[in-house]
Design a protein around this ligand. Structure first.
Ligand code: MV4
Length: 493
């Protein structure tokens, strides 16, 4: 592969192209009409417009993207995350067009795309799973019997769901039938597949995932874990590696189970195996994500491995460039997703113009971003505008470094998750590692983000308005602004 096309936008398109450039590979960007002026379009060696702003008319149009690859002579397609990255039909269409899909084969995506298929595959390798079923519920009475054996509360999940979509909690037997029916009809509407299964509901789990990698020759390795419990509405906000709660023994066991899951679907490429971990440190396989994930950066920081470079080498048919024994955890990395969201308003997406955008710099700080100052954040896509990653020798130092970097990150014009991130990593539960997926629900209140800084900014704004009013009055009498303003000293913080 001398030239690859990146079927994505924003920060992940930039991320993939940077590695391609280091490898001497030419890049082709595809972009929607809304993204014409984005940095990733300029960074690419070539760029092709594939349609209007709506994803369904651009980044989800597989046939247009394949056509652009053929036209430009790109030999491979990297899908990034989201969009077509976990679409088995797209992976197959790319291969059928004589191009290389830089990702797993269609059969692996298909197996893991069905949560029931994933459980059946993983079962063959004795991977621990939450008590439940691994066939679709067909006979309600039979399912009810299984549910009472497992014990309530029960979780009903859509086989075609994943990432939290299509889940329902059943708290007692009386509502079992009604909830199954509702879940099936919801699943049918959302995914065109009404298959649901049941599991024991684990109340306050940690979400820990393992990065795995495999080549086309049957070699596999795990690149340790990422702790991703700090999330809301199934959107992760803070991710770190390693997890502060695993022992070396459990880390090894989970890693080996994750590799078994990859083996069970004859996986190759980079993938992530998700686990629930309870307060006794029991772990249970949940699902496998057959793509490079947003939070892959923390794994890169602690292992020194460039995951995109490995993906490209695997797609070329090369063997893994390392073995399990070569891998070691080096220090600690924490990532904060910087999203255009308003923590004061339920984390609802905030769109508008990036009036100011100054990312932090310095030792151990990595910023993967895709916008620059002065740009508008379009309403059509994800709200994530950047990822801020801090890497240091210890967890405490990584926290301090992340806080320093957050202070240096100046964004004006839109609300972001930066103040939330600074608050989160300084809380007692985060500091001690004693937190789970209920973290935000349990501890967060928006007013915690009203720091002295925010208050003094508000005071400064009020003072400025006052000066302005007075200066206008003054101006009308002596025609000069200069005199009044110079009397105000800037209060250095
Ligand atoms: C669960 C669970 C509790 N018990 N399964 C949510 C995303 C999808 N990957 C599966 N999810 C869950 N499955 C059982 N049997 C709780 C969740 C869950 C969750 C998991 C990981 C991270 C955040 C979460 C938030 C709510 C629920």
């Amino acid at each position: 592969m001398q030239k690859i096309l990146i079927a994505n936008r924003g920060e992940i398109a930039m991320r993939v192209m940077r590695t391609a450039r280091e490898m001497g590979i030419k890049t082709v960007a595809v972009f929607s009409e809304a993204d014409r002026n984005m940095p990733f379009v300029r960074y690419a060696d070539e760029a092709v417009c594939i349609g209007p702003a709506l994803s369904s008319q651009s980044y989800l149009r597989g046939e247009k993207i394949i056509e652009a690859a053929k036209k430009t002579g790109a030999e491979g397609i990297h899908p990034g995350y989201g969009f077509l990255s976990e679409n088995a039909a797209f992976s197959k269409a790319v291969a059928d067009a004589g191009l290389i899909f830089i990702g797993p084969p269609a059969h692996s995506i298909e197996t893991m795309g069905s949560k029931i298929g994933a459980k059946q595959a993983a079962k063959q390798f004795s991977v621990p799973m939450v008590p439940g079923t691994d066939v679709a519920v067909s006979d309600i009475n039979e399912a009810r019997k299984i549910a009472s054996k497992i014990g309530y509360p029960i979780l009903v999940k859509a086989s075609a769901g994943g990432g939290g979509k299509g889940m329902r909690i059943v708290t007692n037997e009386a509502e079992f039938e009604e909830q199954i029916r509702a879940a099936k009809s919801e699943a049918q509407n959302a995914f065109g597949d009404d298959a649901v299964f049941i599991e024991k509901y684990v109340a306050s789990p940690k979400h820990i995932e393992i990065q795995v990698i495999g080549d086309q020759h049957g070699n596999y390795a795990y690149l340790f874990e990422r702790e991703c419990s700090i999330q809301r509405r199934h959107q992760k906000l803070v991710e770190e590696a390693p997890s502060s709660c695993l022992t070396p023994e459990i880390r090894k066991k989970m890693g080996e189970c994750a590799v078994d899951v990859a083996r069970s679907c004859k996986y190759y490429g980079a993938g992530t195996v998700e686990f629930l971990v309870d307060d006794q440190l029991n772990f249970y396989f949940l699902e496998m994500n057959t793509r490079l994930q947003v939070e892959h950066c923390v794994t890169e920081m602690i292992t020194g491995i460039d995951l995109v470079k490995e993906q490209i080498n695997i797609a070329r048919g090369n063997k893994l460039s390392f073995t399990q024994d070569d891998l070691k955890v080096n220090g600690h990395a924490i990532e904060l997703r910087v999203c255009a969201e308003d923590p004061f308003n339920n984390f609802l997406p905030d769109t508008g113009r990036l009036e100011m955008y100054l990312p932090p710099k310095g030792p151990g700080v990595r910023v993967d971003d895709g916008y620059e100052g002065g740009m508008d954040i379009p309403v059509f896509y994800d709200s994530m505008i950047a990822k801020l990653v801090a890497h240091a020798a210890t967890r405490d130092e990584a926290i301090e470094r992340l806080c320093r970097a957050i202070d240096e990150f100046h964004i004006k014009g839109i609300q972001t998750t930066l103040p939330f991130g600074k608050w989160a990593v300084q809380t007692e539960p985060f500091r001690t590692g004693n937190f789970d997926t209920k973290f935000i629900e349990k501890y967060f209140k928006p007013e915690y983000l009203l720091t002295d800084d925010t208050e003094s900014e508000q005071v400064a704004a009020l003072l400025a308005a006052d000066v302005w009013e007075k200066s206008k009055k003054q101006q009308s009498t002596n025609g000069s602004l200069q005199h009044t303003i110079s009397k105000w000293k800037i209060n250095q913080r």
